[in-house]
Design a protein around this ligand. Structure first.
Ligand SMILES: C[S@@+](CC[C@H](N)C(=O)[O-])C[C@H]1O[C@@H](n2cnc3c(N)ncnc32)[C@H](O)[C@@H]1O
Length: 215
């Protein structure tokens, strides 16, 4: 297991992740606050009704509960992560009437095709050993007409970007170019694809075709 994955399994990191680690590191990497990221997530996933939401690699549930608070009726949010310490924090710090947490691997989701109206994965695809498989799984479990959103790393197409890729790789982190996710989404038949780059991070959102087959 590499350094980055080991860190995500450390109870000490899980304890400080939501209120110290994430706000500081993501602000440095993207210039954005957690509040801004949360507002964007609710808006781009188009929450506000009885949606079924999957927050993949949810960490301590720092987005999952927030997303659930924007749902109504039978709406619910499921947070899935492989790290037991992160999930323990989620259960303690981010429980709620519309939230559930599950241990699992993003590369093999234990859900039927088309289970969710909205699927997101924030700040994790650069840690997952096969991020493309995980993204395909997100698309598979998304219902026709559903919304998908990811936040992940971004590397510039420059010498600095290439050097940063090598340096990040040493600690087990992956940096993605501008095309990887928009092209993957387009190839899977998703529409309304939009990408925003903030310093070293990118936000990509899209819609699954309402008339597509579920997988
Ligand atoms: C940096 S945290 C992100 C937490 C939260 N989504 C956020 O944006 O703050 C990354 C999470 O990805 C999880 N993760 C990494 N690989 C995973 C995998 N293969 N399956 C499920 N979760 C994974 C880690 O356990 C960790 O909790």
């Amino acid at each position: 297991m590499n350094l980055a994955r080991r860190a995500m399994n450390a109870p000490a990191l899980a304890a400080v992740y939501e209120h110290a680690w994430r706000p500081a590191l993501f602000y440095l990497a993207s210039g954005r606050t957690t509040g801004e990221d949360r507002r964007d997530a609710v808006e781009t996933l188009r929450l506000g009704g009885p949606e079924r939401v999957l927050d993949l690699a949810c960490g301590p549930g720092n987005f999952t509960r927030h997303l659930s608070e924007h749902l109504t009726g039978d709406g619910y949010a499921v947070g899935l992560d492989y790290s037991a310490p992160m999930l323990a924090r989620a259960a303690t710090d981010n429980a709620g009437p519309r939230v559930g947490y599950l241990r699992g691997d993003a590369r093999m989701l234990p859900f039927a095709d088309g289970t969710f109206d909205a699927v997101c994965c924030f700040g994790a695809l650069y840690l997952i050993p096969d991020p493309i498989a995980a993204t395909r799984e997100m698309i598979r479990v998304l219902a026709p007409g559903g919304r998908i959103a990811i936040t992940t790393s971004y590397r510039e197409p420059t010498l600095f970007g290439r050097a940063a890729t090598v340096a990040a790789g040493l600690s087990g982190l992956r940096l993605f170019d501008r095309d990887t996710f928009p092209v993957l989404f387009a190839t899977a038949g998703l529409t309304e694809i939009d990408q925003r780059v903030h310093r070293f991070m990118q936000y990509v959102e899209a819609t699954k075709n309402p008339t597509s087959a579920t997988s």
